[in-house]
Design a protein around this ligand. Sequence first.
Ligand SMILES: [Zn+2]
Length: 410
Amino acid sequence: MQSGIKSGMFIGSVVLFSLVASGIFLFLDNDGKEIGGGDGSEEISADAEEEKLRLVEYTVEDGDTWEKIMEKIGVDWNLGLEFLTISENAHNLASIHAGNEFRFLFDSKTEVLTSLEYDIDDEEFLIIEKKEGGEFGVDVREIVYDTKIVSGRGVIASSLFETAQEEGIPPGITLNMAIIFGWDIDFTSSVYKGDSFTVIYEERYRDGEPVKPGKILTAHFVNGGKDFYTFYYEDPSGYAEYYNEEGREMRRQFLRSPLDYIRITSGFSYNRLHPILNTFTTHRAIDYAASSGTPASATAAGTVNYVGWKGGNGKYVGVRHANGYRTGYAHLSSYAKGVYVGAKVKQNQVLGFVGSTGLSTGPHLHYEMLKNGAFINPLRMDLPPGKPVEKEYFEDFYTKRDSLMEVLAK
Ligand SMILES: [Zn+2]
């Protein structure tokens, strides 16, 4: 019986940990409310479990490795190594990124690390926890958010970013709006006083706390008296994109950015509202602020034509694309696996990681683009219209577009 209770308590602790992860933990009260054991046969009070386990949260810092983190939080390296080995089956703990969060659970009595969670990105987390038999199990799970649909609007007085900030719109949403419309509107030089916008987006909460916002569902931008619309649409086959009102993708041959904007804007203060440090006019490339280790991805499919040190560019990757385009990614800290001269890369494939090599004053990505050998502004390039919605889904698209239009007009 004693062993039964023990294992029951252990199941309870596993359950509690999972609840922390899914955000339900917040709603457990502290007066001994019971939660069920994993198999329903044992019940454990939340109070008892809180005494049994100690939660340690840790945000990955620049230069951290798994080994360093184990040292910092005082975990024996043998156990650290065991976690590292287990993690390889789901998401390798050797590839962790600055700014991402760990949650460690320790047994309060023995001070032994019993489980961990690591936020891989905004959508998924890694979990390693002890199973009933005493062995560790590993899994990658989807992060569960509470979502609220909200709207923001503004009339531009100086810049889109300033106006959006004044209206309380999160910087990540403003940026995404700029990215989505960025193929049609040049936000660096052609936004006018009196331009206006409306954006409908998802606010996300985790454990009751507001976190980075989710998707933009639809937006309307009036630029110099001209209307631009965008609609997020997932077709019945599961393919999702942003479309204009005619059902053509906003996206073109190239990705809007070599970096995941949402990710890099998460840590921005009010002093720096967007990641663009230097624009094309200052040095014929775009400089994006991002923390060291942020993945930099190919903006279009192509063939790698340069990997290595390139003067002031430091560690550099060059890619040749169809239609006479080339792109370059500079000041990298390291290169991604499978990136060598002659390698074929897909759009959005990681080429390397942001760093500060060469002539650079701090971690950032210097991104350049050439057409037929001449530098062009990636934010202003002129490309043919995007792919249309599949014919069979036209009807469905127009129905959803119209209902989003109504939300915009409210
Ligand atoms: Zn630069």
